[in-house]
Design a binder for this molecule. Structure first.
Ligand SMILES: [Zn+2]
Length: 168
């Protein structure tokens, strides 16, 4: 079932025009979440984020960077459990919606309710829909409309932006 919120999230908002990450270093975008940090529940200073995150995590979550494909151990994570934001620990995705997209990035067809937000990303002359954490604004990845049923969406996520907790 597609609930109304996720339908709205996906419909019309998704324009897949490029495969993300062909040239990962070019996907860094300094503006990132900082420009709109006021509206997020969790806001930290740059120094605090540096303290909380590794350098690679900071580059992705706070500067909208992209990890190298097939570099995340979460690609091969097939246990039942939950994927949470590495910045603020908000639960983002259930393993029940994970699928193998063969892109080299952990991929899901639907986020958990009230977990992820999208915004239009026009960097590099492409129109993509950027996905970020609802609570801390951390950049997670992009969403495309070439995913599997039932939503047809592909949430292409950076493994470094998430932590995994297996179901107890
Ligand atoms: Zn977060």
């Amino acid at each position: 079932m597609i609930n109304r919120r996720n339908f709205l999230l996906g419909s019309g908002a998704v324009s897949a025009v490029a495969v993300m990450g062909l040239v990962p270093s070019l996907f860094s975008r300094r503006a990132g979440a900082q420009t709109t940090s006021e509206k997020f529940e969790i806001t930290l200073t740059d120094a605090q984020w540096h303290q909380r995150l590794s350098e690679d995590q900071y580059r992705i979550l706070r500067e909208a960077g992209t990890e190298r494909p097939y570099s995340s151990p979460l690609n091969a994570e097939h246990r039942q459990g939950e994927f949470a934001c590495a910045g603020c620990n908000l639960a983002l995705f259930s393993s029940a919606t994970k699928f193998d997209s063969h892109t080299g990035w952990p991929s899901f067809w639907q986020p958990l309710p009230d977990a992820a937000l999208t915004s239009r990303d026009t960097t590099l002359g492409m129109v993509r829909d950027e996905v970020h954490c609802r609570r801390c604004g951390g950049h997670l990845g992009h969403v495309f409309d070439d995913g599997p049923k039932p939503t047809g969406l592909r949430y292409c996520m950076n493994g470094l932006a998430m932590t995994f907790t297996p179901k107890a």
